[in-house]
Design a protein around this ligand. Structure first.
Ligand code: NAP
Length: 292
C-alpha cells in the first residue's frame, strides 16, 4: 500500500517555487506577495493562516497578515479588501474562512479582484474552471491534482466517487476529475448527505475523495480492493491524552482502509500540505499574469 505523503509531494512543489522566486530576485524583481486576512480567534483558522505565512517565508514570497477583530463590520472588511485590490504590490488576496456570522461570505468572495483571487472561490474563477479555461483552481482540489501528479496515479477512464459537494472542495474536485486534462478524464459520481446508499457508490469507486468532515467515516468495507483513497477531512476531536487536548482526524479510517486500498493519503500530513502548495502556485500565477 502506497502512502500518499503530502510532505514528500509538497516538498517538490516547494523546491520549484523557491527556485522561481530565486530567479525573480536575481533579475532584480520583487517576489510574489500574498495578503491574508484573518478575522477573530478561531483556533483552526489561526493554525491554517500561520502555516501559509510560514510557507511564504520558506519559499521567499512576501506575505502580509491582516488581523481583524471578530466584531469587524462587513463594510470595514470590504474596505480593507478594496485597499488590497488596488495595491499594486499585492498579487494574491485570501480571506480565511469561516467568517463571523454577521458577515456574508458571498459578498466577501465577490469583492476580491478576480485577478488576485488565489483561493479560486470567486464566481469568475469558478466559471472559468467549469469552462476549462485558465483560472485559479481552488487550493484544496488543486493540491489533490498535484498529489495525483506527484505519485503519477492513473486517473484516465477510472471511476471517481467524490463524497461532499461544497464549493471549496467537492464540487470543484468533481469538475477537475471529469475534465479532459492530465490526471482527469475520470467518470465522476458526486455524493452528499442525500445519497441513499453511499456504500454501494464507494464500492464501485477506483478513486474515492472523502470531503465530508465526519471523522473516520470511510471504513474498510466501503472500499473496493485496490482503490485509491484521498482523505480531505480535518476535524479536531477532543482527546484528553493529547498534549493540546485534541487530535486531528480525517474522514477515512486510515488503518483499516490501508489493508484494502492500493494508496491512501494520511491526515495529518496529506492533503492539508498540498492545499498550501496549491495556494502558493496560484499566487505565483497571479504575480506572473499581473507582471506580463
Ligand atoms: N485538507 C485541507 O486542506 C482542507 C481544506 C478544506 C476543507 N477541509 C476539510 O474537509 C472536510 C470537508 O470540508 P468542506 O468545507 O467541503 O465541508 P462542508 O462545506 O461542510 O461540506 C461537506 C459536504 O459533505 C456532505 N456530507 C455530510 N455528511 C455526509 C454524509 N453522511 N454522507 C455523504 N455526504 C455527506 C455534505 O452534504 P450536503 O451538501 O448535502 O450537506 C456536504 O456536501 C472538513 O473536514 C474540512 O475541515 C480540509
Amino acid at each position: 500500500m502506497l502512502i500518499l505523503d503530502g510532505k514528500v509531494a509538497s516538498q517538490s512543489v516547494k523546491e520549484n517555487l523557491t527556485e522561481a522566486t530565486r530567479q525573480l530576485k536575481e533579475q532584480g524583481k520583487r517576489p510574489p506577495h500574498l495578503a491574508a486576512i484573518l478575522i477573530g480567534n478561531n483556533g483552526a483558522s489561526e493554525t491554517y493562516v500561520a502555516s501559509k505565512v510560514k510557507f511564504c517565508a520558506e519559499i521567499g514570497f512576501t506575505s502580509t497578515l491582516i488581523r481583524l477583530d471578530d466584531t469587524t463590520e462587513e463594510k470595514e472588511l470590504l474596505a480593507k479588501i478594496e485597499e488590497l485590490n488596488t495595491d499594486d504590490r499585492v498579487d494574491g488576496i485570501l480571506v480565511q474562512l469561516p467568517l463571523p456570522k454577521h458577515i456574508s461570505e458571498a459578498n466577501i468572495i465577490n469583492s476580491i479582484d478576480p485577478d488576485k483571487d488565489v483561493d479560486g472561490f470567486h464566481p469568475v474563477s469558478v466559471g472559468r474552471l467549469v469552462q476549462g479555461l485558465d483560472t485559479f483552481i481552488p487550493a484544496t482540489p488543486y493540491g489533490i491534482m498535484l498529489m495525483l501528479e506527484h505519485f503519477q496515479l492513473t486517473t484516465k477512464g477510472k471511476h471517481a466517487v467524490v463524497i461532499g459537494r461544497s464549493n471549496i472542495v467537492g464540487r470543484p474536485m468533481s469538475i477537475l476529475l471529469s475534465s479532459n486534462i492530465p490526471f482527469g478524464n475520470c467518470t465522476v459520481t458526486i455524493c452528499h448527505s442525500h445519497t441513499p446508499d453511499l456504500r454501494q457508490m464507494t464500492l464501485q469507486a477506483d478513486i474515492i475523495i472523502a470531503a465530508l468532515g465526519k471523522p473516520e467515516f470511510v471504513k474498510a468495507d466501503m472500499v473496493k480492493p485496490g482503490a485509491i483513497v484521498i482523505d480531505v477531512g480535518i476535524t479536531r476531536v477532543d482527546d484528553a491524552t493529547a498534549t493540546r487536548g485534541y487530535r486531528i482526524k480525517g474522514d477515512v479510517d486510515f488503518k483499516a482502509v490501508s489493508s484494502v486500498a492500493s494508496a491512501v493519503s494520511p491526515v495529518p500530513g496529506g492533503v492539508g500540505l498540498m492545499t498550501i502548495a496549491g495556494l502558493m502556485k496560484n499566487t505565483l500565477s497571479a504575480y506572473e499574469r499581473r507582471n506580463q
